[in-house]
Design a protein around this ligand. Structure first.
Ligand code: UDP
Length: 236
């Protein structure tokens, strides 16, 4: 399958058309941004790791009953996926307090929740991705109640699967962000990526951060953390 014209360039990926109107090719970049794009940098090898980790996890999730946009890995940083229109909601699940949750509620990071939390942010850079209730999402016609119920069900399935998969690698799944899309026939599928860019991974024993917080917070050894996660999850 060949790349035709570029359709879109985001912060971490480019998307290209293909000869099939229902398929596109995503190409993962090594570019990293944080804090609404204010902080910019490069994480060498990140594109390849995020591409391969996303595909590895999405194939397992599909087998576990979560439909995804994954079609075929082309090479280390490019993948054929179903063309979807992205539901403009960032879906965030948390098992442990961190990041914006800790900040918003004035609590420390590392509080283990008895049951996971679920939230939406409205995907809108100009508004800085504000927290959004499902009622607001429905009022704004970003999704229907049926779609929201399905998205919630899939997101918790992803959490159950990912938590167990990571625990077996000695990693605590702190929180993560998912995006869902609608295919041309209206089916809701998991889209975007699942990677150290979009999840918080802490070493289960030492608490060491193995995700993009190393970049956000200038903790050093950013590349090493991505490589370590690739090695632990996929053995490479
Ligand atoms: N996240 C993301 N993209 C975003 C915002 C958050 O992938 O635009 C991920 C982030 O990496 C973390 C989880 O979602 O794993 C929860 O992020 P949080 O709301 O704590 O925001 P942050 O502290 O990253 O601003």
């Amino acid at each position: 399958m060949e790349k035709l014209q570029q359709l879109y360039e985001g912060k971490a990926k480019k998307v290209y058309a293909t000869a099939d109107p229902d398929l596109v090719i995503v190409s993962y970049k090594d570019d990293a941004t944080a804090f609404d794009g204010l902080k910019k940098g490069t994480i060498l090898g990140k594109g390849a790791i995020n591409n391969q980790m996303t595909n590895f996890l999405m194939q397992k999730l599909a087998a576990a009953g979560v439909p995804t946009h994954f079609v075929e890995e082309l090479n280390e940083r490019e993948t054929v996926v179903k063309k979807v229109s992205i539901v403009p909601l960032e879906v965030i699940i948390r098992n442990v307090s961190a990041g914006s949750f800790a900040k918003r509620y004035g609590v420390k990071e590392g509080i283990v929740f008895d049951s996971p939390s679920f939230e939406f942010s409205y995907k809108n850079d100009d508004l800085h991705d504000p927290l959004m209730s499902e009622y607001h999402a429905v009022a704004l016609k970003l999704a229907t109640w049926e779609e929201i119920e399905l998205i919630r069900k899939y997101a918790f399935q992803v959490n159950d699967f990912l938590k167990a998969e990571l625990l077996a690698c000695g990693v605590t799944l702190v929180d993560f962000k998912l995006e869902f899309g609608k295919t041309s026939d209206g089916t809701i599928v998991l889209a975007d990526e699942i990677s150290p860019d979009t999840c918080r991974f802490w070493d289960a024993r030492t608490g060491e951060k193995l995700d993009k917080d190393r970049f956000r917070r200038d903790l050093g050894n950013v590349e090493g953390a991505y490589q370590e996660m690739a090695r632990r999850l996929m053995g490479r």
